[in-house]
Ligand binder design. Structure first.
Ligand code: BGP
Length: 473
């Protein structure tokens, strides 16, 4: 007999504004940093999200398909410059109307909206003024967050402040392949700090509304940190990797404080931490999320740093076939990524390790108790094309998802407070830097077709059955 999760568990798919909406300058939308970057010569491949899956015009069809696929939730993000197009802070009514329409469509099908305020796309005018590195960033974000709370109130039951502070910071300011394409460890620390504070200030704004039927959380991208050898050196590397990858974001969000060992370690590594302000720390102590979103794709293996590993850098999973190195990190004197030769890797150098969700949830329980957790993203990237009959047979995705979801259901049965799962991605969409060849969707989108025809993949039908068979009635 199948294991089952409790009745009311949320099952759905996720997407993000820049990645699926298109309509990049329609109905008064302002320019985002990603519009700006993709339209510049820094975008070597020349591929943009200008139209993408055109969710802006296809949202009714998509939400109907989600419901027909047995899904009862949908995670999407709001484009900040669609709501507040320029520095005047004047609300774009047409932008608000679009998201009201999306929410109405969700309501029609009993789909619970899970809505992220910031998924990498900030207004370009703000980017021009230093973006995340501007000490005023947190204030500006809090204003935008308050505007969203005012406009949508309890129409949105699950609000997320920011998506993946770590990944975004590392790509934008360490690897430097996301805008604004900076490579500086000092900047990583300043930007990370500003984003944590921006999150906290948005939570403070949220609490002022005293909503009864809405909650607020943060989405983190976690990889459970593991080691292949149990020695004191490996244990130190593991702790440092966990600090670097997870704890500087999840501790403030859940416990209201940065880890005690973080600042001394940063200073030892030559980071000037004078950007840390006592008044910020006091404010942080008053903010706690209602839930945690975890984008959980894989794990991180850590080993001690060695001189020959070189300088601090991030080697992300967005280079594609031919990628010379596997996804991983070098953080000088802290740790370096390790690799297990026996686990499979995808074409973008990422390890495929479905048990990660079980290990991660058990880790959250051990570190943070029973905080509700949603798996806000997980997925399987592949190059894909329809067969001669126009069908999408993505058996490899199904095989991966089955193993992953079985571990997730087991974790729930073993006492983890996990309350939902979102497949990345609801439909095929723009994959940052990779463009459109790297597909994750349960629903295929033909990007060569001006009408952006949708075709549910085999995994979409399989997911429907899985939900039905693994949820208590
Ligand atoms: C997460 C992001 C998503 C999505 C996904 C897949 O990090 O939150 O926006 O893109 O990963 O990543 P990628 O498209 O780089 O393969």
């Amino acid at each position: 007999m199948n294991r089952k999760v409790k009745k009311g568990f949320l099952w759905g798919g996720a997407n993000a504004a820049y990645q699926c909406e298109g309509g990049w300058n329609e109905d008064g939308k302002g320019e985002s940093n990603w519009d700006q970057f993709c339209h510049s010569e820094k975008n070597v491949k020349g591929i943009t999200g200008d139209v993408s899956a055109d969710f802006y015009h296809h949202y009714k069809e998509d939400i109907r398909l989600f419901a027909e696929g047995g899904q009862n939730t949908y995670r999407f993000s709001i484009s900040w410059p669609r709501i507040l197009p320029d520095r005047s802070r004047k609300v774009n009514e047409k932008g608000v109307r679009f998201y009201k329409n999306v929410l109405a469509e969700c309501r029609k099908y009993g789909i619970v909206p899970n809505v992220t305020l910031l998924h990498y796309d900030i207004p370009s005018w703000l980017e021009d003024e230093g973006g995340y590195r501007n000490p005023k960033f947190a204030e500006e974000f809090a204003f935008y967050a308050r505007t969203v709370f005012e406009q949508f109130g309890e129409e949105i039951p699950l609000y997320v402040t920011i998506n993946e502070i770590t990944h975004n910071t590392f790509c934008s300011y360490m690897q430097g392949n996301y805008p604004p394409n900076v490579h500086s460890t000092q900047a990583v620390c300043e930007v990370g700090y500003n984003l944590v504070m921006a999150h906290a200030k948005a939570v403070i704004e949220f609490r002022k509304f005293n909503f009864r039927n809405s909650q607020i959380g943060m989405v983190h991208t976690t990889n459970s940190v593991q080691i292949l050898k149990d020695t004191p050196e490996y244990q130190i590397a593991k702790r440092r990797c966990d600090l670097f990858k997870n704890k500087w974001v999840t501790d403030p969000a859940i416990l209201g404080k940065f880890p005690d060992d973080l600042r001394p370690l940063l200073e030892e590594s030559g980071i000037d931490t004078s950007f840390v302000k006592q008044e910020d720390l006091d404010l942080l102590a008053q903010t706690h999320v209602d839930f945690l979103g975890q984008n959980c794709y894989t794990r991180t293996l850590a080993r001690p740093y060695r001189e020959e590993d070189g300088e601090t850098n991030y080697y992300p999973n967005n280079v594609g076939t031919g990628q010379k190195r596997l996804e991983g990190y070098v953080v000088k004197n802290w740790f370096t990524s390790d690799f297990d030769p026996d686990t499979p890797k995808n074409a973008w150098g990422r390890e495929e390790y479905p048990k990660t969700v079980y290990d991660m949830l058990m880790g959250i329980k051990a570190d943070y108790g029973d905080i509700p957790v949603y798996i806000t993203e997980n997925g399987c990237a592949r190059y894909e094309a329809p067969d001669e009959n126009g069908q999408l047979d993505d058996q490899e995705r199904i095989d991966f998802m089955k193993k992953y979801l079985d571990w997730l259901v087991k974790a729930e049965n073993d006492g983890c407070n996990v309350k939902g799962y979102y497949a990345w991605s609801s439909t095929d969409c723009y994959s940052w830097i990779n463009g459109y060849e790297k597909r994750y969707g349960l629903i295929y989108v033909d990007f060569n077709d001006p009408a952006r025809k949708r075709t549910p993949k085999k995994s979409y039908y399989w997911f429907k059955e899985y939900i039905n068979e693994h949820t208590e009635k």
